[in-house]
Write a protein that binds this ligand. Structure first.
Ligand code: PLP
Length: 279
């Protein structure tokens, strides 16, 4: 975007692995390390029917040969989602619990043994943050960016980026949930108040988590035509839309060098009707 003299780069974490994609690998890495180190018998984790975290954990556990169980939100459907089917094929045991129990964090007691390691949904927590803090190591010159922009679900990736960025860099998180006021509190816990060089924007959720509009799909298709870079509609589509919109509104001062973290998640697009996206 030469007119405004800003430069936008994209860190393609979507290219790491087709299933252990994007930020999920980073958020999982120290949990996996701990499981191996402490000789845990099993990894237990949580997610919904289209969870990127579930499929990533299933694939990572298969790779490292660690038995795993996914505790899935909601009753078992007659037909499993593509993601759950794939997770099961990769060897993950699937346990379905009611939405109420899931929301209350009730874990069936047979899974809470000390022999198991429990990874919070989305890889949330200190170990997840520690892993996400290694994301920027994959930039050739991470200090050259003035702004680092990422999508935000649980905020774990944002906390990791904030911890590893330098103090002059601005971290901008695009929340993909509607009115997630809990997020600020969660982030205070994760970042320890000390480092608050991040800004959360709540206006780019397109109706809420995993919600979408034709406008978003048109944007994603246009983006693909221009860049050949595929986006997912839950996270990186909304993120890239937001950055484009902010740039158009002159949010970034001239001379800004902006990094968009493409955090993967392309498997989520399989939930869309065929033909919605051109890639
Ligand atoms: C899970 C996920 C996120 C959200 O990461 P958090 O650390 O939970 O904020 C962002 N982008 C993609 C593609 C994801 O799969």
């Amino acid at each position: 975007m030469a007119a405004r003299e800003i430069e936008i780069s994209i860190l393609r974490l979507d290219k790491i692995h087709p299933l252990i994609s994007g930020n999920k690998w980073f958020k999982l890495r120290y949990y996996l390390e701990q499981a191996i180190h402490q000789r845990k018998k099993k990894i237990i984790t949580f997610g919904g029917a289209w969870s990127n975290h579930i499929i990533a954990t299933a694939a990572a556990c298969q790779l490292y040969n660690i038995p795993c169980t996914g505790i899935i939100r909601g009753e078992q459907p007659a037909i499993l989602s593509d993601i759950l089917q794939k997770a099961r094929e990769l060897g993950m045991q699937l346990i379905f619990i009611s939405r109420n129990d899931y929301a209350a964090g009730h874990i069936p007691p047979e899974f809470t043994s000390d022999d198991n390691i429990i990874i919070p949904a989305g890889g949330f927590g200190e170990l997840g943050k520690k892993g996400a803090a290694t994301i920027l190591d994959h930039c050739s010159d991470k200090n050259s960016y003035t702004h680092i922009c990422c999508a935000v679900g649980t905020g774990t990736m944002l906390a990791g980026l904030t911890a590893s960025a330098n103090i002059s860099q601005k971290i901008i998180g695009i929340s993909v949930l509607k009115n997630n006021l809990q997020l600020e509190e969660d982030l205070k816990l994760l970042t320890g108040n000390a480092s608050n060089n991040f800004t959360l924007l709540h206006d780019y959720h397109f109706g809420g988590y995993a919600k979408s509009t034709t406008h978003l799909f048109e944007f994603m298709n246009d983006w693909y035509r221009q860049t050949q870079i595929p986006l997912d509609f839950v996270y990186t589509g909304k993120l890239s839309y937001a950055v484009t919109d902010l740039a158009r509104k002159n949010y970034f001062p001239p001379g800004s060098r902006i990094l968009i973290v493409h955090s993967g998640g392309l498997t989520g697009n399989t939930s869309l009707k065929k033909g919605t996206l051109i890639f």
